[in-house]
Design a protein around this ligand. Structure first.
Ligand code: HEC
Length: 282
């Protein structure tokens, strides 16, 4: 990738959301998917179909908990891969909460990648919400030897130390962004949830689907049935694939239009453009 996309961090794009990598297509190449098929109680062909339905930059961590591959409208139940930078000070790590950075590292290493680790979360015993996880005993996994737990502390510190990258010079209009900042903190009320400089709430940073005006499908696949307020720094790195957990809003302008309608903000077109320039500056 062109250096200009990563000022100050050279060629490394540590923790950027990979929106090109097609994880599902890669996993589907595996000659033997019988473990996954048995876990989900379906054929390997069905597993491959589901993996191919994700597309680039997407993953479905909850599939292995609840066995749901598609939303009621038939679209993939997968979500966009989120960035892993800029999480110091942020309480919950994923779009739908679940836990902190280290919670999610243990979850992914043990329950998703099936490394040899320890994982404990009795919320996964709820057989109505998480039939696959409850059947498989994911709420209490023990391994001998445990190769994951000794690595969690270093991984946690390392990950929290990765700051969000700054947008490249010239990638946004400074004057418009200044005006957008005032709107963000004032008239448009964005900062009530996206509290600067974290751009999420200190505390329990979760909201019901009704509070942000969207459906609850993905929220209901997580223990708290809510969406987490996304920290907004480094938005410019992951415009590809869209915004919100499932990419339902192709551009930042579409996100602003959604809030303008849902909260009846009555922003003018100029104000909406200013707000978008501010978002691009974060
Ligand atoms: C009631 C709390 C709340 C308010 C007010 C709010 N947001 Fe959000 N915001 C959220 C939540 C929760 C999400 C996560 C939604 C999802 O992923 O489905 C989110 C997601 C976003 C995203 C998508 C980030 C990404 O990486 O996908 C953007 C951009 C955003 N908000 C900007 C704004 C702007 C601009 C305003 C003001 C007009 C605003 N928000 C007002 C709670 C709020």
């Amino acid at each position: 990738m062109d250096d200009s996309f990563a000022p100050g961090i050279g060629h490394r794009l540590d923790a950027w959301a990979n929106r090109d990598l097609n994880v599902g297509a890669i996993v589907a190449l595996s000659p033997d998917l019988s473990k996954v098929a048995n876990l989900l109680g379906v054929s390997q062909d069905v597993v491959r179909q589901v993996l191919h339905s994700w597309g680039p930059g997407r993953f479905d961590a909850e599939l292995f908990m609840d066995g749901k591959a598609f939303r009621p409208d038939g679209k993939s139940a997968s979500t966009l891969i989120p960035p892993a930078f800029g999480l110091a000070g942020v309480n919950l790590r994923t779009y739908t909460g679940w836990g902190s950075v280290t919670y999610w590292n243990a979850f992914v290493a043990t329950l998703e990648m099936h490394g040899k680790g320890t994982f404990f979360d009795p919320r996964l015993d709820d057989a109505n919400q998480f039939p696959v996880a409850a059947r498989a005993g994911f709420s209490n996994v023990r391994s001998d030897p445990d190769l994951i737990t000794p690595k969690l502390a270093d991984l946690h510190l390392y990950q929290l130390a990765i700051p969000a990258p700054r947008p490249p010079a010239g990638s946004f209009d400074h004057d418009a962004a200044d005006r957008g900042k005032d709107l963000f903190n004032g008239q448009a009320r964005c900062a009530t949830c996206h509290v600067p400089p974290l751009f999420t709430e200190p505390g329990w940073n979760m909201h019901t689907p009704q509070e942000i005006g969207i459906d609850g499908f993905q929220a209901d696949r997580a223990p708290d049935h809510r969406y987490r307020t996304t920290p907004l720094e480094g938005l410019f790195t992951h415009a590809k694939g869209g915004f919100y957990h499932d990419g339902r809003f192709p551009t930042l302008g579409d996100v602003v239009d959604h809030y303008d309608g849902f909260f009846a903000l009555h922003l003018s077109d100029q104000q909406k453009r200013d707000l978008v320039e501010y978002l691009k500056s974060l």
